[in-house]
Write a protein that binds this ligand. Structure first.
Ligand SMILES: Nc1ncnc2c1ncn2[C@@H]1O[C@H](COP(=O)(O)OP(=O)(O)OP(=O)(O)O)[C@@H](O)[C@H]1O
Ligand SMILES: O=P(O)(O)OC[C@H]1O[C@](O)(CO)[C@@H](O)[C@@H]1O
Ligand SMILES: [Mg+2]
Length: 477
Protein backbone atom coordinates (compact mmCIF):
# COMPACT_ATOMS: atom_id res chain seq x y z
CA UNK A 1 0.00 0.00 0.00
CA UNK A 2 0.92 3.64 -0.33
CA UNK A 3 3.71 3.09 -2.77
CA UNK A 4 2.34 5.30 -5.50
CA UNK A 5 5.14 7.32 -6.99
CA UNK A 6 4.42 10.96 -6.27
CA UNK A 7 3.95 13.17 -9.31
CA UNK A 8 7.34 13.76 -10.81
CA UNK A 9 7.45 17.50 -10.64
CA UNK A 10 11.21 17.65 -10.87
CA UNK A 11 11.69 17.78 -14.59
CA UNK A 12 11.90 21.55 -14.87
CA UNK A 13 15.10 23.46 -15.25
CA UNK A 14 17.49 23.28 -12.31
CA UNK A 15 18.67 26.64 -11.08
CA UNK A 16 22.00 27.10 -9.40
CA UNK A 17 22.42 30.35 -7.47
CA UNK A 18 25.81 32.00 -7.24
CA UNK A 19 26.81 35.23 -5.53
CA UNK A 20 25.68 37.42 -8.37
CA UNK A 21 23.36 35.79 -10.85
CA UNK A 22 21.32 32.61 -10.91
CA UNK A 23 22.42 30.10 -13.52
CA UNK A 24 19.77 28.04 -15.23
CA UNK A 25 20.73 24.55 -16.36
CA UNK A 26 17.92 23.93 -18.79
CA UNK A 27 19.08 20.64 -20.29
CA UNK A 28 19.05 18.79 -16.97
CA UNK A 29 16.23 16.81 -15.42
CA UNK A 30 16.25 14.49 -12.41
CA UNK A 31 15.38 10.86 -13.04
CA UNK A 32 11.94 9.61 -11.88
CA UNK A 33 11.45 8.53 -8.28
CA UNK A 34 10.80 4.99 -7.08
CA UNK A 35 9.20 4.95 -3.64
CA UNK A 36 10.12 1.80 -1.70
CA UNK A 37 6.99 -0.15 -0.81
CA UNK A 38 6.47 -0.38 2.91
CA UNK A 39 4.59 -3.43 4.20
CA UNK A 40 1.31 -2.59 5.97
CA UNK A 41 -1.08 -4.74 7.98
CA UNK A 42 -3.84 -3.92 5.50
CA UNK A 43 -1.84 -5.92 2.89
CA UNK A 44 -3.21 -9.10 4.46
CA UNK A 45 -5.48 -8.27 7.46
CA UNK A 46 -9.08 -7.48 6.45
CA UNK A 47 -11.18 -4.92 8.36
CA UNK A 48 -8.37 -3.26 10.27
CA UNK A 49 -9.33 -0.94 13.12
CA UNK A 50 -9.14 2.66 11.94
CA UNK A 51 -8.98 5.52 14.43
CA UNK A 52 -7.87 9.13 14.62
CA UNK A 53 -4.56 9.44 16.46
CA UNK A 54 -4.95 10.32 20.15
CA UNK A 55 -2.18 12.87 19.59
CA UNK A 56 -5.01 15.00 18.14
CA UNK A 57 -6.27 15.42 21.70
CA UNK A 58 -2.84 15.80 23.32
CA UNK A 59 -2.62 18.84 25.59
CA UNK A 60 1.04 19.18 24.61
CA UNK A 61 1.21 18.76 20.86
CA UNK A 62 -1.69 20.80 19.42
CA UNK A 63 -1.06 19.34 15.97
CA UNK A 64 -0.68 22.11 13.41
CA UNK A 65 -1.14 21.84 9.65
CA UNK A 66 1.71 19.68 8.37
CA UNK A 67 2.26 18.01 11.76
CA UNK A 68 1.03 14.65 10.52
CA UNK A 69 2.88 12.97 7.70
CA UNK A 70 1.19 11.42 4.71
CA UNK A 71 2.28 8.70 2.25
CA UNK A 72 3.56 11.39 -0.09
CA UNK A 73 6.15 12.59 2.44
CA UNK A 74 9.35 10.98 1.26
CA UNK A 75 13.12 11.01 1.74
CA UNK A 76 15.54 10.46 -1.13
CA UNK A 77 18.16 7.78 -0.55
CA UNK A 78 20.83 9.81 -2.33
CA UNK A 79 20.95 13.57 -2.25
CA UNK A 80 24.22 14.26 -4.03
CA UNK A 81 24.23 14.44 -7.80
CA UNK A 82 26.66 15.14 -10.55
CA UNK A 83 24.46 17.13 -12.89
CA UNK A 84 26.36 16.08 -15.96
CA UNK A 85 26.11 12.34 -15.31
CA UNK A 86 22.58 12.56 -13.84
CA UNK A 87 21.45 14.28 -17.03
CA UNK A 88 22.89 11.53 -19.20
CA UNK A 89 21.71 8.70 -16.94
CA UNK A 90 18.67 7.82 -19.05
CA UNK A 91 17.63 4.59 -17.30
CA UNK A 92 18.39 5.52 -13.68
CA UNK A 93 15.73 6.09 -11.02
CA UNK A 94 15.92 7.85 -7.68
CA UNK A 95 15.15 5.69 -4.69
CA UNK A 96 12.93 7.15 -1.95
CA UNK A 97 11.55 6.01 1.41
CA UNK A 98 8.50 7.05 3.41
CA UNK A 99 9.28 9.64 6.07
CA UNK A 100 9.01 8.56 9.67
CA UNK A 101 6.63 10.41 11.97
CA UNK A 102 3.08 10.61 13.29
CA UNK A 103 0.11 9.74 11.07
CA UNK A 104 -3.37 11.15 11.73
CA UNK A 105 -5.00 7.79 11.08
CA UNK A 106 -3.86 4.86 13.17
CA UNK A 107 -4.74 1.18 13.02
CA UNK A 108 -4.34 0.05 16.62
CA UNK A 109 -6.79 0.87 19.39
CA UNK A 110 -4.41 1.79 22.25
CA UNK A 111 -6.64 -0.09 24.72
CA UNK A 112 -6.00 -3.36 22.86
CA UNK A 113 -2.26 -2.96 22.30
CA UNK A 114 0.08 -5.44 23.95
CA UNK A 115 3.57 -4.27 23.04
CA UNK A 116 6.71 -6.40 23.48
CA UNK A 117 10.24 -5.00 23.51
CA UNK A 118 13.30 -7.24 23.14
CA UNK A 119 17.05 -6.59 22.88
CA UNK A 120 19.27 -9.11 21.05
CA UNK A 121 22.99 -9.51 20.28
CA UNK A 122 25.85 -7.55 21.88
CA UNK A 123 25.59 -4.43 24.00
CA UNK A 124 25.60 -0.94 22.59
CA UNK A 125 25.37 2.45 24.34
CA UNK A 126 21.77 3.67 24.18
CA UNK A 127 19.91 0.35 24.40
CA UNK A 128 18.27 1.38 27.66
CA UNK A 129 17.38 4.78 26.22
CA UNK A 130 15.53 3.16 23.31
CA UNK A 131 13.64 0.88 25.73
CA UNK A 132 12.80 3.81 27.99
CA UNK A 133 11.57 5.97 25.13
CA UNK A 134 9.47 3.14 23.67
CA UNK A 135 7.73 2.76 27.03
CA UNK A 136 7.28 6.48 27.65
CA UNK A 137 6.30 7.21 24.04
CA UNK A 138 3.70 4.43 23.86
CA UNK A 139 2.30 5.48 27.22
CA UNK A 140 2.28 9.26 26.83
CA UNK A 141 1.69 9.75 23.10
CA UNK A 142 -0.82 6.96 22.47
CA UNK A 143 -2.14 5.94 25.90
CA UNK A 144 -0.91 2.34 25.63
CA UNK A 145 -0.81 0.61 29.03
CA UNK A 146 0.18 -3.00 28.24
CA UNK A 147 3.93 -2.81 27.60
CA UNK A 148 6.28 -5.73 28.23
CA UNK A 149 10.03 -6.31 28.16
CA UNK A 150 11.15 -9.72 26.91
CA UNK A 151 14.30 -10.80 28.80
CA UNK A 152 17.33 -12.54 27.33
CA UNK A 153 16.92 -11.80 23.60
CA UNK A 154 15.00 -14.01 21.16
CA UNK A 155 15.10 -17.07 23.43
CA UNK A 156 13.22 -15.08 26.09
CA UNK A 157 9.99 -15.13 24.04
CA UNK A 158 9.54 -18.84 24.69
CA UNK A 159 11.61 -19.43 27.83
CA UNK A 160 11.13 -16.47 30.19
CA UNK A 161 8.30 -14.49 31.76
CA UNK A 162 7.95 -11.00 30.25
CA UNK A 163 8.43 -7.97 32.52
CA UNK A 164 5.60 -5.44 32.73
CA UNK A 165 7.02 -1.96 32.07
CA UNK A 166 5.70 1.52 32.83
CA UNK A 167 7.17 5.04 32.75
CA UNK A 168 7.87 5.13 36.48
CA UNK A 169 9.88 1.94 36.28
CA UNK A 170 12.02 3.06 33.32
CA UNK A 171 12.38 6.74 34.13
CA UNK A 172 16.12 6.60 34.86
CA UNK A 173 17.16 3.80 32.49
CA UNK A 174 18.79 6.13 29.97
CA UNK A 175 21.48 6.83 32.56
CA UNK A 176 22.51 3.17 32.63
CA UNK A 177 24.77 1.23 30.28
CA UNK A 178 23.81 -2.20 28.94
CA UNK A 179 20.23 -3.43 28.69
CA UNK A 180 18.07 -3.81 31.76
CA UNK A 181 16.02 -6.37 29.82
CA UNK A 182 19.16 -8.53 29.33
CA UNK A 183 20.26 -9.89 25.96
CA UNK A 184 21.80 -13.01 24.44
CA UNK A 185 23.11 -14.52 21.23
CA UNK A 186 21.61 -17.62 19.61
CA UNK A 187 18.34 -19.22 20.73
CA UNK A 188 16.44 -18.31 17.58
CA UNK A 189 13.64 -20.86 17.13
CA UNK A 190 11.09 -19.40 14.73
CA UNK A 191 8.13 -21.66 15.56
CA UNK A 192 8.60 -21.37 19.30
CA UNK A 193 9.01 -17.59 19.12
CA UNK A 194 5.91 -16.93 17.01
CA UNK A 195 3.85 -19.45 19.00
CA UNK A 196 4.85 -17.64 22.20
CA UNK A 197 4.02 -14.25 20.68
CA UNK A 198 0.53 -15.54 19.81
CA UNK A 199 0.01 -17.17 23.20
CA UNK A 200 0.98 -14.02 25.07
CA UNK A 201 -1.26 -11.91 22.87
CA UNK A 202 1.48 -9.50 21.78
CA UNK A 203 0.38 -7.42 18.78
CA UNK A 204 3.29 -4.95 18.56
CA UNK A 205 6.91 -6.15 18.50
CA UNK A 206 9.84 -3.78 18.95
CA UNK A 207 13.00 -5.76 18.21
CA UNK A 208 16.26 -3.95 18.97
CA UNK A 209 19.39 -5.49 17.49
CA UNK A 210 22.08 -5.68 14.84
CA UNK A 211 22.40 -7.44 11.49
CA UNK A 212 21.75 -10.92 12.92
CA UNK A 213 18.72 -9.67 14.83
CA UNK A 214 17.34 -8.07 11.66
CA UNK A 215 17.70 -11.35 9.75
CA UNK A 216 15.77 -13.08 12.53
CA UNK A 217 13.14 -10.32 12.60
CA UNK A 218 12.55 -10.76 8.84
CA UNK A 219 11.81 -14.45 9.46
CA UNK A 220 9.37 -13.56 12.26
CA UNK A 221 7.75 -10.95 10.01
CA UNK A 222 7.25 -13.51 7.20
CA UNK A 223 5.87 -16.10 9.60
CA UNK A 224 3.43 -13.54 11.05
CA UNK A 225 2.27 -12.76 7.52
CA UNK A 226 1.98 -16.46 6.67
CA UNK A 227 -0.22 -16.97 9.73
CA UNK A 228 -2.13 -13.76 8.80
CA UNK A 229 -1.73 -12.33 12.30
CA UNK A 230 -2.65 -8.77 13.18
CA UNK A 231 0.81 -8.16 14.62
CA UNK A 232 3.15 -5.40 13.59
CA UNK A 233 6.93 -5.83 13.90
CA UNK A 234 9.64 -3.19 13.67
CA UNK A 235 13.41 -3.62 13.91
CA UNK A 236 15.33 -0.87 15.67
CA UNK A 237 18.88 -0.94 14.29
CA UNK A 238 21.59 -1.35 16.95
CA UNK A 239 25.27 -1.99 16.31
CA UNK A 240 28.23 -0.47 18.02
CA UNK A 241 30.28 -1.50 14.96
CA UNK A 242 28.12 0.73 12.70
CA UNK A 243 27.97 -2.10 10.17
CA UNK A 244 24.28 -1.81 9.20
CA UNK A 245 23.77 -0.26 5.78
CA UNK A 246 21.41 2.42 4.40
CA UNK A 247 21.08 4.43 7.65
CA UNK A 248 23.46 7.32 8.31
CA UNK A 249 24.95 5.67 11.39
CA UNK A 250 23.81 3.48 14.26
CA UNK A 251 23.11 4.70 17.79
CA UNK A 252 25.89 4.22 20.34
CA UNK A 253 28.58 4.42 17.69
CA UNK A 254 29.53 8.02 18.53
CA UNK A 255 29.65 7.21 22.24
CA UNK A 256 31.96 4.26 21.51
CA UNK A 257 34.27 6.44 19.41
CA UNK A 258 34.40 8.96 22.24
CA UNK A 259 35.22 6.26 24.80
CA UNK A 260 38.00 4.94 22.56
CA UNK A 261 39.78 8.29 22.89
CA UNK A 262 40.76 7.51 26.48
CA UNK A 263 42.55 4.33 25.41
CA UNK A 264 44.30 6.11 22.53
CA UNK A 265 45.39 8.98 24.79
CA UNK A 266 46.83 6.52 27.31
CA UNK A 267 48.68 4.67 24.53
CA UNK A 268 50.06 7.98 23.34
CA UNK A 269 51.30 9.01 26.79
CA UNK A 270 52.84 5.59 27.46
CA UNK A 271 54.63 5.38 24.12
CA UNK A 272 55.77 8.99 24.22
CA UNK A 273 57.29 8.45 27.65
CA UNK A 274 59.38 5.47 26.57
CA UNK A 275 62.43 5.10 24.37
CA UNK A 276 61.25 3.62 21.10
CA UNK A 277 57.76 3.22 22.52
CA UNK A 278 54.82 1.73 20.67
CA UNK A 279 51.27 2.20 21.96
CA UNK A 280 48.96 -0.46 20.56
CA UNK A 281 45.18 -0.13 20.99
CA UNK A 282 42.68 -2.76 19.87
CA UNK A 283 39.15 -1.53 19.24
CA UNK A 284 35.90 -3.33 18.47
CA UNK A 285 34.90 -3.87 14.87
CA UNK A 286 34.26 -7.47 13.94
CA UNK A 287 34.22 -7.06 10.19
CA UNK A 288 34.25 -3.29 9.81
CA UNK A 289 36.75 -0.69 10.90
CA UNK A 290 34.42 2.27 11.47
CA UNK A 291 35.24 2.65 15.18
CA UNK A 292 39.00 2.45 14.54
CA UNK A 293 38.77 4.87 11.61
CA UNK A 294 36.65 7.48 13.42
CA UNK A 295 38.69 7.16 16.62
CA UNK A 296 41.86 7.73 14.57
CA UNK A 297 40.49 10.75 12.76
CA UNK A 298 39.23 12.37 15.94
CA UNK A 299 42.34 11.75 18.04
CA UNK A 300 45.09 12.91 15.63
CA UNK A 301 47.80 11.14 17.64
CA UNK A 302 47.50 7.83 15.82
CA UNK A 303 50.35 6.84 13.49
CA UNK A 304 48.72 3.83 11.89
CA UNK A 305 45.13 2.55 11.70
CA UNK A 306 44.60 -1.09 10.73
CA UNK A 307 41.11 -2.20 9.67
CA UNK A 308 39.59 -5.40 8.25
CA UNK A 309 38.71 -3.73 4.94
CA UNK A 310 42.37 -2.98 4.16
CA UNK A 311 44.73 -5.97 4.33
CA UNK A 312 48.14 -5.18 5.74
CA UNK A 313 51.46 -6.97 5.99
CA UNK A 314 54.35 -6.76 8.41
CA UNK A 315 57.68 -7.31 6.69
CA UNK A 316 59.42 -5.95 3.61
CA UNK A 317 59.05 -2.84 1.53
CA UNK A 318 55.86 -0.92 2.28
CA UNK A 319 55.11 -3.10 5.31
CA UNK A 320 54.21 -2.11 8.87
CA UNK A 321 57.69 -2.72 10.33
CA UNK A 322 59.43 -0.53 7.76
CA UNK A 323 56.93 2.26 8.47
CA UNK A 324 57.36 1.97 12.25
CA UNK A 325 61.13 1.95 11.91
CA UNK A 326 60.96 5.33 10.18
CA UNK A 327 58.38 6.69 12.63
CA UNK A 328 60.45 5.71 15.67
CA UNK A 329 63.52 7.32 14.12
CA UNK A 330 61.54 10.53 13.47
CA UNK A 331 59.42 10.81 16.62
CA UNK A 332 60.74 8.25 19.10
CA UNK A 333 57.28 6.74 19.52
CA UNK A 334 54.25 5.54 17.54
CA UNK A 335 50.59 4.74 18.22
CA UNK A 336 48.80 1.94 16.36
CA UNK A 337 45.03 1.42 16.41
CA UNK A 338 43.90 -2.00 15.23
CA UNK A 339 40.29 -3.11 14.72
CA UNK A 340 39.63 -6.57 16.14
CA UNK A 341 38.77 -7.99 12.72
CA UNK A 342 41.98 -6.78 11.05
CA UNK A 343 44.86 -9.08 10.16
CA UNK A 344 42.88 -12.26 10.89
CA UNK A 345 44.35 -14.06 7.86
CA UNK A 346 47.87 -13.63 9.23
CA UNK A 347 47.27 -15.10 12.69
CA UNK A 348 48.18 -18.78 12.79
CA UNK A 349 45.20 -20.96 13.79
CA UNK A 350 44.25 -24.60 14.11
CA UNK A 351 41.59 -26.25 11.92
CA UNK A 352 39.29 -26.29 14.95
CA UNK A 353 39.78 -22.55 15.46
CA UNK A 354 38.95 -21.96 11.79
CA UNK A 355 35.51 -23.53 12.31
CA UNK A 356 34.68 -21.83 15.61
CA UNK A 357 31.39 -19.87 15.74
CA UNK A 358 29.54 -18.07 18.52
CA UNK A 359 25.96 -19.04 19.51
CA UNK A 360 24.55 -16.84 16.74
CA UNK A 361 26.78 -18.34 14.06
CA UNK A 362 29.25 -15.45 13.84
CA UNK A 363 32.88 -16.54 13.29
CA UNK A 364 35.02 -16.30 16.41
CA UNK A 365 38.09 -14.18 15.78
CA UNK A 366 41.54 -14.74 17.18
CA UNK A 367 42.94 -11.93 19.27
CA UNK A 368 44.88 -9.65 16.93
CA UNK A 369 46.26 -7.50 19.81
CA UNK A 370 48.54 -9.95 21.64
CA UNK A 371 49.58 -11.50 18.31
CA UNK A 372 50.65 -8.12 16.92
CA UNK A 373 52.40 -7.19 20.16
CA UNK A 374 54.42 -10.39 20.01
CA UNK A 375 55.27 -9.90 16.30
CA UNK A 376 56.44 -6.34 17.05
CA UNK A 377 58.75 -7.57 19.82
CA UNK A 378 60.19 -10.34 17.62
CA UNK A 379 60.85 -7.83 14.84
CA UNK A 380 62.65 -5.38 17.12
CA UNK A 381 64.81 -8.03 18.79
CA UNK A 382 65.83 -9.31 15.36
CA UNK A 383 66.49 -5.96 13.66
CA UNK A 384 67.65 -3.88 16.64
CA UNK A 385 69.21 -6.28 19.15
CA UNK A 386 70.08 -4.66 22.46
CA UNK A 387 68.25 -1.39 21.75
CA UNK A 388 65.55 -0.20 24.12
CA UNK A 389 62.00 -0.88 22.93
CA UNK A 390 58.57 -1.02 24.60
CA UNK A 391 55.13 -2.05 23.40
CA UNK A 392 52.26 -0.98 25.64
CA UNK A 393 49.12 -2.84 24.64
CA UNK A 394 45.70 -1.48 25.61
CA UNK A 395 42.53 -3.45 25.00
CA UNK A 396 39.49 -1.46 26.15
CA UNK A 397 37.08 -4.01 24.52
CA UNK A 398 33.80 -3.83 26.43
CA UNK A 399 34.63 -0.48 28.06
CA UNK A 400 33.67 1.38 24.88
CA UNK A 401 30.22 -0.18 24.62
CA UNK A 402 29.20 -0.96 28.23
CA UNK A 403 28.52 2.70 29.01
CA UNK A 404 25.43 4.91 28.87
CA UNK A 405 24.91 6.79 25.61
CA UNK A 406 26.25 10.33 25.34
CA UNK A 407 23.84 13.24 24.86
CA UNK A 408 23.83 13.06 21.05
CA UNK A 409 23.19 9.32 21.02
CA UNK A 410 20.47 9.71 23.68
CA UNK A 411 18.61 12.18 21.51
CA UNK A 412 19.04 9.92 18.49
CA UNK A 413 17.66 6.94 20.47
CA UNK A 414 14.61 8.98 21.47
CA UNK A 415 13.76 9.95 17.90
CA UNK A 416 14.30 6.35 16.75
CA UNK A 417 11.97 4.98 19.41
CA UNK A 418 9.25 7.54 18.68
CA UNK A 419 9.61 6.93 14.93
CA UNK A 420 9.15 3.21 15.53
CA UNK A 421 6.01 3.79 17.62
CA UNK A 422 4.41 6.15 15.08
CA UNK A 423 5.03 3.66 12.25
CA UNK A 424 3.65 0.70 14.17
CA UNK A 425 0.56 2.59 15.40
CA UNK A 426 -0.10 3.56 11.76
CA UNK A 427 -0.18 -0.14 10.85
CA UNK A 428 3.15 -0.37 9.11
CA UNK A 429 5.06 -3.59 9.72
CA UNK A 430 8.34 -5.23 8.66
CA UNK A 431 10.13 -1.90 8.71
CA UNK A 432 13.16 -0.26 10.29
CA UNK A 433 13.18 3.40 11.33
CA UNK A 434 16.47 5.18 10.71
CA UNK A 435 18.15 8.41 9.66
CA UNK A 436 18.86 8.89 5.96
CA UNK A 437 20.63 12.10 5.04
CA UNK A 438 19.74 13.54 8.44
CA UNK A 439 16.00 12.83 8.28
CA UNK A 440 14.17 9.82 9.65
CA UNK A 441 12.68 7.28 7.26
CA UNK A 442 10.90 3.93 7.31
CA UNK A 443 12.99 1.36 5.44
CA UNK A 444 11.72 -2.13 4.57
CA UNK A 445 13.30 -4.53 7.08
CA UNK A 446 14.16 -7.01 4.35
CA UNK A 447 16.33 -4.38 2.68
CA UNK A 448 18.13 -3.48 5.92
CA UNK A 449 18.74 -7.15 6.81
CA UNK A 450 20.86 -7.69 3.69
CA UNK A 451 22.60 -4.32 3.75
CA UNK A 452 26.17 -3.87 4.96
CA UNK A 453 28.10 -0.77 5.86
CA UNK A 454 31.81 -1.33 5.39
CA UNK A 455 34.61 1.21 5.17
CA UNK A 456 35.12 2.17 1.56
CA UNK A 457 38.90 2.27 1.21
CA UNK A 458 38.50 4.00 -2.15
CA UNK A 459 36.67 7.04 -0.82
CA UNK A 460 37.94 10.29 0.63
CA UNK A 461 37.53 9.27 4.30
CA UNK A 462 40.11 6.50 4.09
CA UNK A 463 42.35 8.78 2.03
CA UNK A 464 41.98 11.29 4.86
CA UNK A 465 43.15 8.68 7.41
CA UNK A 466 46.17 7.99 5.25
CA UNK A 467 46.94 11.68 4.89
CA UNK A 468 46.66 12.22 8.65
CA UNK A 469 48.87 9.24 9.52
CA UNK A 470 51.02 8.95 6.35
CA UNK A 471 50.72 5.21 6.84
CA UNK A 472 51.44 2.88 3.91
CA UNK A 473 48.61 1.69 1.67
CA UNK A 474 49.86 -1.90 2.08
CA UNK A 475 49.40 -2.55 -1.64
CA UNK A 476 52.28 -4.83 -2.61
CA UNK A 477 53.58 -3.78 -6.01
N1 LIG B 1 20.14 -15.63 9.90
C1 LIG B 1 19.50 -15.58 11.09
N2 LIG B 1 18.24 -16.06 11.19
C2 LIG B 1 17.58 -16.01 12.36
N3 LIG B 1 18.10 -15.50 13.49
C3 LIG B 1 19.34 -15.02 13.46
C4 LIG B 1 20.11 -15.03 12.26
N4 LIG B 1 21.32 -14.48 12.52
C5 LIG B 1 21.29 -14.16 13.83
N5 LIG B 1 20.11 -14.47 14.39
C6 LIG B 1 19.70 -14.28 15.80
O1 LIG B 1 19.70 -12.89 16.10
C7 LIG B 1 20.18 -12.69 17.42
C8 LIG B 1 21.30 -11.67 17.41
O2 LIG B 1 22.30 -12.03 16.43
P1 LIG B 1 23.85 -11.67 16.64
O3 LIG B 1 24.34 -12.33 17.88
O4 LIG B 1 24.54 -11.98 15.37
O5 LIG B 1 23.87 -10.14 16.98
P2 LIG B 1 23.50 -8.88 16.11
O6 LIG B 1 22.04 -8.67 16.12
O7 LIG B 1 24.14 -9.00 14.76
O8 LIG B 1 24.14 -7.73 16.97
P3 LIG B 1 25.71 -7.34 17.10
O9 LIG B 1 26.46 -8.16 16.11
O10 LIG B 1 25.74 -5.89 16.81
O11 LIG B 1 26.06 -7.64 18.50
C9 LIG B 1 20.58 -14.03 17.97
O12 LIG B 1 19.57 -14.50 18.84
C10 LIG B 1 20.72 -14.92 16.74
O13 LIG B 1 20.38 -16.27 17.00
O1 LIG C 1 29.44 -9.66 23.15
P1 LIG C 1 30.35 -10.65 22.53
O2 LIG C 1 29.63 -11.91 22.22
O3 LIG C 1 31.61 -10.84 23.28
O4 LIG C 1 30.73 -10.08 21.10
C1 LIG C 1 31.62 -9.07 20.85
C2 LIG C 1 31.32 -8.53 19.48
O5 LIG C 1 30.16 -7.74 19.54
C3 LIG C 1 30.38 -6.49 18.91
O6 LIG C 1 30.55 -5.54 19.91
C4 LIG C 1 29.19 -6.11 18.05
O7 LIG C 1 29.00 -7.05 17.06
C5 LIG C 1 31.66 -6.69 18.10
O8 LIG C 1 32.38 -5.50 17.94
C6 LIG C 1 32.40 -7.69 18.93
O9 LIG C 1 33.22 -8.48 18.13
MG1 LIG D 1 26.17 -8.55 14.14
Amino acid sequence: MENAVPPNSNTGPVTATGDDNATSITDFSLPPITLQKLPHLSDYVPNLTTLTSPIDRSPFYHPFPGFYLSPSDIILRHILFDLSSAASDGGGRLLAYHRAGPRQTIHFDPDTVRAAIVTCGGLCPGLNTVIRELVVGLWDLYGVRQIFGVPSGYRGFYSMEPMKLDPKMVHNWHKRGGTVLTTSRGGFDLEKIVDAIEQRGFNQLYVIGGDGTMRGAVKIFREIQRRKLNISITGIPKTVDNDIGIIDRSFGFQTAVEMAQEAIDAAHVESDSAVNGIGLVKLMGRSTGHIALHATLSSRVVDCCLIPENDFYLEGKGGLFEFLDQRLKQNGHAVIVVAEGAGQDMIPRTDKQKEEKDESGNPVFLDVGPWLKSELKKWWEHDHPGELFTVKYIDPTYMIRAVPANATDNLYCTILAHSAIHGVMAGYTGFVPGPINGNYAYIPMEEVAVSRNVVDTKDHKWAWVRSVTSQPDFQKC
